[in-house]
Design a protein around this ligand. Structure first.
Ligand code: ZN
Length: 125
């Protein structure tokens, strides 16, 4: 029977893993938020440039601002792809962590079981 300390350690380990899983995606989501904010700033600059050009009677040139928005949007796409990849990896990890099954009857068995509880087949090597 596991001691209280073992249980605490185990709980801490699981908690750590859970946090580890989300830290990276949280970070990436934060970067997406930053990029979106940066785009809003560019929109603001476009508005300011539009009025400044109007007031000075000059032609409005916002090509640089538009290129900047393109860059930020490309960054957001890249970050979203990274998050998607992490999620896929997590799903694959969960799939791999599924309990073993009996090769004879397909019954789910304990990882350390020596015989299948259903059909009695010998398990493991
Ligand atoms: Zn079996």
């Amino acid at each position: 029977m596991p001691s209280f300390l073992d249980k605490v350690k185990e709980a801490g380990k699981n908690l750590g893993e859970k946090i580890g899983d989300t830290v990276e995606t949280t970070k990436l989501n934060g970067k997406i938020g930053d990029a979106k904010k940066a785009i809003e700033d560019v929109y603001k600059k476009i508005g300011e440039a539009a009025y400044a050009a109007h007031k000075a009677g000059e032609k409005l040139d916002i090509a640089e601002h538009l290129a900047s928005i393109d860059e930020h949007n490309a960054l957001i796409d890249d970050l979203k792809a990274q998050i998607e990849k992490i999620k896929e990896e997590e799903a694959a990890k969960k799939e791999a962590a599924k309990p073993p099954v009996c090769p004879q009857c397909g019954e789910t068995v304990e990882p350390d079981a020596k015989f299948c509880p259903k059909c009695g087949a010998k398990l493991g090597e």
